[in-house]
Design a binder for this molecule. Structure first.
Ligand SMILES: [Zn+2]
Length: 365
């Protein structure tokens, strides 16, 4: 892997580079279909603008993401998924849905579940509106005209941050939008398209780290990251999140008994937390993951930094404070060099403060 072209000196206040690409603003889902109703949604471009402004005001040095080739994406995602994401909007438009019917975003309506196929091998339908459900597993992760450019730019930001850490920086932050931790090897959902954290972890492996640990602080289970590394022993994945068994997304995954398989057995760890969990118990869970990483060893870390576990966030019932996020970042970054990747966090009023607090806990150069 090449060094990033724009290695910047550490930011004055935050002590780390913030990697960003303006194309991340081009993804405008204009809402989501939530329980059958089109709603405004919370994964909006303003999230990235708020984050960028807060980090610049805090003294961060903004580093422009550099273009990386598709090989880095294909190292963790099936080519069929990447191809679908790159072409879905054009196909949707060519099929006439936006102009003829006012269907302004790509959304699936039929899903090839086990209940549908009953053992018959999966085919790839020719029609885009049939094909979408092969890849998109929910109705709230819409594709529009700028989605692919933004998804690609977010992956480039994660890869550029990984370059910086591989080049010796103690930490680098990728301001990724859309987020990524719900995107798996061959499927997307949960407002995520490509898995930025997994792409960064694989890049760290490819640049020489023998073992990488991904720690996911987002309020929701990082099911996509889990799926990508579930059978691998070289990338540990630990996630603390609101208990899916208590009725929270992603509902089907994120339980404590999912411990990895084959070479990855015991390299996957889920810590589901009760709704209402605040700093004390949340940080205890962070410590459990840190102890496990320390015991198993890791040359480099990826932090999936979702700040939607905050009390102010509308998308989860956890009650973590800005100080709690700072504490977590301190403990994790003591384990080794870290790439921090932005995941969720939806309360525009507190998003900047929460993320700045978390990043201020990272190891200074
Ligand atoms: Zn989340």
């Amino acid at each position: 892997m090449s060094q990033a072209d724009h290695y910047a000196p550490p930011a004055a206040l935050l002590g780390l580079p913030v990697v960003w690409h303006p194309d991340c603003l081009l993804h405008q889902p204009d809402g989501e279909v939530w329980l059958g109703v089109w709603e405004p949604g919370t994964e909006v471009p303003a999230r990235a603008q708020v984050l960028l402004e807060a980090l610049e005001a805090g003294g961060a040095e903004v580093v422009h993401a550099t273009v990386h080739d598709d090989g880095a994406l294909l190292a963790v995602h099936d080519s069929a998924l990447v191809e679908h994401l790159a072409t879905a909007w054009e196909d949707w438009e060519a099929a006439g849905f936006p102009s003829d019917h006012g269907r302004s975003r790509v959304v699936p309506y039929v899903f090839p579940t086990e209940g549908l196929l009953c053992g018959v091998p999966l085919r790839s339908p020719a029609a885009v509106h049939g094909r979408v459900g092969r890849f998109c597993y929910d109705t709230m992760t819409l594709v529009g005209p700028g989605t692919w450019q933004a998804v690609r730019a977010a992956a480039d930001a994660a890869l550029t941050a990984a370059d910086l850490v591989a080049g010796g920086a103690p930490a680098a932050y990728a301001l990724c939008r859309p987020p990524g931790h719900h995107a798996g090897p061959a499927g997307y959902g949960g407002s995520c398209y490509l898995n930025n954290a997994a792409i960064a972890a694989q890049a760290l492996r490819d640049s020489g780290a023998a073992r990488v640990a991904v720690l996911d602080l987002d309020a929701h289970h990082g099911n996509g990251t889990q799926a990508i590394f579930y059978r691998r022993g070289d990338v540990y994945v630990g996630s603390l999140h609101v208990d899916p068994g208590a009725g929270w997304f992603p509902h089907y995954l994120g339980y404590a008994d999912e411990r990895g398989a084959d070479d990855g057995l015991d390299a996957n760890r889920n810590l589901p937390l009760a709704p209402g969990t605040g700093d004390a118990v949340w940080i205890e869970a962070v410590d459990v993951l840190c102890d496990e990483v320390r015991a198993q060893g890791a040359d480099a870390l990826v932090i999936s930094l979702g700040v939607d576990a905050a009390a102010s966030d509308p998308e989860s019932p956890l009650r973590v404070s800005a100080g709690g996020y700072r504490e977590a970042a301190q403990r994790i970054s003591a384990l080794g060099p870290a790439v921090v990747v932005q995941e969720g966090g939806y309360d525009l009023a507190s998003l900047g403060e929460l993320t700045t607090a978390a990043l201020s806990g990272l190891r200074a150069p």
